[in-house]
Ligand binder design. Structure first.
Ligand code: PMP
Length: 282
């Protein structure tokens, strides 16, 4: 695998990261995951815009333009001959002596990235997945796609131990999002999802799905709903760059709707697949 680090493309063995990198000490950085279909980056501009927004929210100045980072991502896809997969890119505040406050001298942010093969989750898309609710113990800036993912890691592990594919964060009884996805409920033909506040990450896939609802004439509302209301939904969906439009067929062992992917979920899956680069089949 060819990696990108600090302005250079190199084999993994050639990657040198300082032990003093603030990403390593503090999780002081931001990242993105961009899906690749048929060798083409999908919604790359949206991801790069969000990367710069996340960086700006933590007062990190990325020493590149959005276009330059997209070109690096494209180069990685080419060099690694990625057909279906994703690009991971992260930017940390750089390496200095371990002090919490920002470095005062000219310390450069460190950009690292790679491209990797990753097939579409076809089994999950067809059969749906089980999920588990967990307490949302994260901080109040979940809108930032930060490298600090301990809350998300703990939640995913709890779901994993319960043989569930995803954890659903619940804060004060309200369904927020998944540990690495956004959540949608469908009731009476209306699609509901948590508003894009500081308490969730506004997923790129979430935005695509909301646009697809609008295009298909399906009513979609950014409105809070409780765990109890979630159990009573006709359909439930989780979305992310890698999960796409995945049906959720159970929450905490309780079956949602018929226990199989519902009609609106399948309609959205179909519309989603249709707008992928070069109309990906299967
Ligand atoms: N919420 C969280 C906490 C996430 O980590 C992710 C995945 N990056 C998402 C939502 C979904 O975002 P996207 O559709 O942009 O991948």
């Amino acid at each position: 695998t060819i990696y990108f680090i600090d302005g250079q493309f190199t084999e993994k063995d050639g990657v040198k990261i300082s032990i003093d990198d603030r990403g390593y000490y503090f999780g002081d950085g931001v990242y993105e995951v961009i899906k690749v279909y048929n060798g083409e980056l999908y919604t790359a501009e949206e991801h790069m815009t969000r990367l710069f927004q996340s960086a700006s929210k933590i007062k990190l100045a990325i020493p590149h333009t959005e276009r330059q980072l997209i070109e690096i991502a494209e180069e990685l896809v080419k060099k690694n001959e990625i057909d279906t997969g994703h690009v991971y890119m992260q930017v940390t505040r750089g390496a200095t002596q371990r002090l919490h406050h920002f470095p005062e001298t000219n310390v450069s942010p460190v950009v690292t990235a790679y491209a990797i093969l990753n097939p579409r989750p076809l089994t999950n898309l067809k059969d749906g997945v089980a999920t588990k609710t967990v307490d949302d113990i994260r901080w109040l800036r979940c809108d930032i796609k930060s490298l600090n993912l301990l809350g998300n890691v703990m939640a995913k592990q709890e779901a994993h131990e319960a043989e569930c594919a995803e954890a659903i964060f619940v804060r004060d009884g309200i369904v927020m999002e998944g540990s690495s996805s956004n959540m949608f409920g469908v009731k009476g033909g209306v699609v509901y999802t948590h508003p894009a506040t500081n308490l969730i990450l506004n997923g790129i896939t979430r935005r695509v799905v909301m646009q697809l609802c609008a295009d298909l004439g399906i009513q979609v509302e950014e409105k809070e709903f409780t765990t109890e209301e979630a159990f009573e939904m006709d359909e439930f969906i989780m979305t992310s760059t890698t999960a796409e439009v995945t049906p959720v067929i159970s929450i905490d062992g309780k079956q949602i709707g018929s226990g199989a992917p519902g009609p609106i979920t399948m309609k959205l899956q179909e519309a989603f697949a249709k707008q992928l680069p070069l109309a990906v089949i299967g």
